[in-house]
Write a protein that binds this ligand. Structure first.
Ligand SMILES: Nc1ncnc2c1ncn2[C@@H]1O[C@H](COP(=O)(O)OP(=O)(O)OP(=O)(O)O)[C@@H](O)[C@H]1O
Ligand SMILES: O=P(O)(O)O[C@@H]1[C@H](O)[C@H](O)[C@@H](OP(=O)(O)O)[C@H](OP(=O)(O)O)[C@H]1O
Length: 616
């Protein structure tokens, strides 16, 4: 089912009938499901207006600049352990036009929102840090410190605690920095789940200290004329994100600090690391499959600083960030580990509003904008930060992915030959004679075709892509039309892990709650926005709302319901239809995974019994 090849989307009439029947059955289950999971406000069929603004929610008060209500199945490494943020562009970020979103968070404005945010409780997230083995890094650090001391005439501050605070001490940091992250440790669902909150203290003294330390390290490195050139090259190289390469469909994951581990494990001929090193220099020195003698010779040619420069570069490469969908080349990772997305006025405005909305806990933190060269970017929290081998799924929400104005534009707009080619490749029969003659289609025509040939127009969302823990990416889910197929995809994506499925399910229920209380949602047509599902092998899981590039406010006279089909002029997006489908599908997946687990248990039991009998 997940295979991209195979049948054409133009299904036979029998298939279509089966699909329709499936959907009808699923629709009935869905209604039952919604009654069960979403409470009375959502309990009617999808055509009923959810009572926006009613009732209380679990969300946290927004004005506190907190990261509330993350639902993880396990503890989550702190932001400071994400190494992707190390870098040399800190100063650039600091010095360039950087508007912190807090500047926009006018207190009075926030107070205006107070009435409909009432009842929001603050839940906090505990930093239950697992400190990773860092012996190798320790060793490297000692070497570096010794050299740094030598260079600076012995003035280098040998402050082990400082380093440890920065690199390892998530928990300690909590204590020492006035509770940058705290947790209510609120046990849920049989004591296996917790609601975490996550206070973002990016501009805290600690963070500044950490950056200063980093700068200090860099300036020591920069002093070394011998390696300056290569260091600069590497910095440039590191700016490019692995997941953003044109045409790249897979992303190789690395073991922790690949270059460092290679350095310190010189006796092994093969390395466990599989990071895709694209630097020429790094390939020279460390390429896979090299014989030992070459490695040794090569190593002699490079000073310790080269290693450090490269280590630093590799640490930056350690970010788990990967782009699963969307436009190639629109993203960068900042030295602070933020995701920089090409600026879009609409999106920036939405994010600003969202930072003052009950939906804030479901949206990446927005840190304003930054200019790099001639391009302006919005600065977003990296939602993959701290995750080792994240498994990601991008679901584009809504029953349509084009704005109403695209319809109007379509009448005058240029024809798109690239979109014609894409349609031709997948299903030539869908193109009209005129379109064949013109060898082009309007963008609206293409987007509408995408919506109707995927689950978008029927289920109110579609899976845009899935990246598994090995970095393999699957993007073609055009064949998925029914809820049963979605459930199958969810089981595949989560590898039937019950805790992950349950965490996603709860998170989506919390989201539906927040949406009901969200003024933003009430007043915006949400088009082309995605839900980003993220978990990792340790079963931490969460869902985030991303991509507001085509989300626009509607006039006061229009009351959006979000749960009814679209007709031209209504501006309805069907976001809640998609959310409902996803919640239902997750419930089905949970049942299937539970059944599978029980079956597995029974099988194991009978094998053990058989073995015992045989032995006895
Ligand atoms: N804050 C974030 N943290 C981590 N990953 C992100 C973040 N924002 C985006 N991504 C990654 O980038 C991908 C594309 O994001 P997004 O949908 O915002 O881009 P886009 O170019 O606007 O997409 P589209 O072409 O659908 O409009 C996502 O699927 C996700 O993998
Ligand atoms: O899903 P596909 O088949 O990759 O098609 C793209 C997708 O629909 C994007 O949402 C759309 O960008 P917008 O959301 O910004 O409209 C893009 O248009 P574009 O080529 O004009 O960027 C399409 O090419």
């Amino acid at each position: 089912m997940l295979d991209s090849g195979g049948d054409s989307p133009s299904a036979s009439s029998m298939d279509t009938k089966r699909d329709t029947d499936d959907n009808r059955m699923e629709g009935m289950t869905m209604e039952r499901e919604i009654k069960h999971t979403m409470g009375d406000d959502f309990s009617d069929d999808m055509h009923r207006l959810p009572s926006l603004g009613e009732g209380a929610s679990n969300c946290t008060r927004v004005g506190e600049r907190s990261r509330p209500s993350l639902l993880w199945t396990k503890s989550f490494p702190p932001y400071s352990q994400c190494i992707g943020g190390l870098g040399d562009r800190d100063s650039e970020l600091d010095s360039e036009t950087s508007i912190h979103h807090q500047q926009h968070l006018n207190h009075d404005e926030m107070m205006k929102d107070e009435d409909w945010m009432e009842g929001f409780q603050s839940t906090e997230r505990k930093d239950d840090v697992e400190v990773n083995p860092r012996c190798a890094r320790e060793e490297m650090r000692e070497k570096w410190k010794a050299k740094a001391k030598e260079r600076s005439g012995g003035s280098y501050e040998d402050d082990r605690d400082r380093w440890d605070r920065g690199r390892l001490g998530g928990k300690r940091r909590v204590e020492e920095n006035g509770g940058e992250r705290v947790c209510d440790d609120e046990e849920r669902v049989g004591g296996t789940k917790r609601y975490w909150t996550h206070r973002r203290g990016r501009n805290s003294t600690f963070e500044k200290e950490k950056r200063d330390e980093e700068r200090k390290r860099l300036s020591v490195l920069a002093e070394d004329g011998e390696n300056k050139g290569s260091g600069e090259d590497l910095k440039e190289e590191a700016e490019e994100l692995p997941g953003t390469r044109e045409g790249s469909t897979s992303h190789q994951w690395s073991s922790p600090h690949p270059i460092l581990s290679k350095l310190l494990n010189s006796s092994s001929t093969t390395s466990s690391c599989s990071i895709n090193l694209s630097s020429v220099e790094s390939d020279d020195v460390f390429s896979e499959g090299e014989d030992d003698s070459k490695k040794k010779t090569s190593r002699k040619c490079h000073s310790w600083k080269t290693y450090l420069t490269m280590m630093h570069w590799s640490l930056r490469r350690q970010s788990s960030w990967a782009q699963l969908a969307g436009h190639q080349g629109n993203f960068q990772l900042s030295s602070e580990g933020e995701v920089l997305k090409l600026h879009n006025e609409e999106e920036a405005k939405c994010l600003e509003r969202l930072m003052r909305d009950p939906l804030r806990p479901f949206v990446p933190e927005f840190h304003g904008t930054v200019t790099r060269g001639e391009r302006c970017y919005i600065r977003l929290e990296d939602l993959l930060s701290g995750l080792r081998k994240p498994v990601i799924m991008d679901c584009k929400m809504g029953v349509r992915t084009y704005q109403e104005e695209e319809l109007t534009k379509a009448k005058t707009k240029d024809l798109r030959s690239d979109m014609y080619q894409r349609m031709l490749k997948i299903d030539p029969s869908t193109l009209s004679e005129e379109e064949h003659r013109q060898r082009g289609v309007t963008k609206w025509r293409y987007l509408q075709w995408r919506d109707t040939t995927s689950s978008t127009s029927t289920l109110g969302f579609r899976i845009e892509g899935i990246m598994m823990e090995d970095g393999s990416v699957q993007r073609d889910f055009r064949q998925i039309k029914t809820l049963a197929q979605v459930t199958e995809a969810l089981l595949y994506f989560t590898r039937k892990q019950l805790d992950v499925l349950k965490a996603y399910h709860s998170r989506l229920l919390a989201l539906s709650d927040a949406l009901r209380n969200s003024r933003f949602f009430r007043t915006h047509e949400v088009i082309g926005s995605s839900l980003l599902f993220v978990h990792d092998p340790s079963s931490m899981a969460s869902v985030w709302m991303i991509d507001f590039g085509k989300t626009t406010p509607v006039q006061d006279t229009i009351k959006l319901r979000h749960n009814i089909p679209w007709v031209e002029g209504s501006r309805e997006d069907g976001y809640l239809i998609g959310l409902t489908s996803l919640i239902t599908s997750l419930s089905q997946a949970i049942s299937a995974a539970s059944f599978h687990k029980e079956e597995g248990g029974r099988e194991e039991e009978s094998i053990t019994m058989k073995q015992t009998e045989e032995c006895g």
